[in-house]
Design a protein around this ligand. Structure first.
Ligand code: DQA
Length: 158
């Protein structure tokens, strides 16, 4: 079964009480539970990890190199300046989807630029926690396509 690594960057451990108007009221555990449910529906394994430290996120990517088939990442503020993380995502050698709970393009000017954007397969921003489940589902399809399996067999498992 394919494995998707879901990475949450700095301050995302504070979901639930942090800026709910931008990030919603679900906790990170709530979000990870929804991610795991969607993963089970589309027939993939997920591993969800969070760190407030860029180096720890890089360590996770390097440790799991060769054992993951895709990455879904909300890099938090590292999105806007995390060049070492950007390199690690490239070096992972698997498709990456960038997720943001808020619409970064409708916020402060410094949030509108993502240094990851030209590294990733695609970006989802502004859909709240649903962005993660959409990304996991899309990634399952991308992995299935690459493996030569018709996507609808994966998306509608028997
Ligand atoms: C965020 C947007 C970033 O600008 C911010 O620093 C975050 C969360 C989002 O999910 O909308 O920590 O990535």
């Amino acid at each position: 079964m394919a494995t998707i690594l879901v990475l949450h960057g700095p301050n995302l451990n504070a979901l639930g009480w942090r800026n709910p108007e931008h990030y919603g009221t679900l906790t990170l555990d709530d979000v990870n539970r929804r991610i795991a449910e969607r993963a089970a529906m589309v027939g993939v394994e997920v591993e969800c990890l969070q760190s407030n430290h860029e180096g720890a996120l890089i360590d996770y990517l390097q440790e799991r190199r060769g054992r993951i088939d895709g990455v879904v990442i909300n890099a938090g503020a590292l999105t806007h300046y995390g060049l070492a993380l950007k390199d690690a995502l490239t070096d992972a050698g698997v498709p990456v989807i960038e997720v943001h709970l808020s619409n970064i393009h409708a916020r402060e000017s410094w949030r509108r630029h993502s240094v990851l954007a030209d590294t990733v397969r695609g970006q989802i921003a502004g859909l709240g926690w649903r962005g993660y489940t959409a990304a996991v589902e899309a990634m399952a399809g991308i992995i299935a396509d690459a493996a030569g399996n018709p996507a609808d067999e994966i998306e509608n498992p028997a």
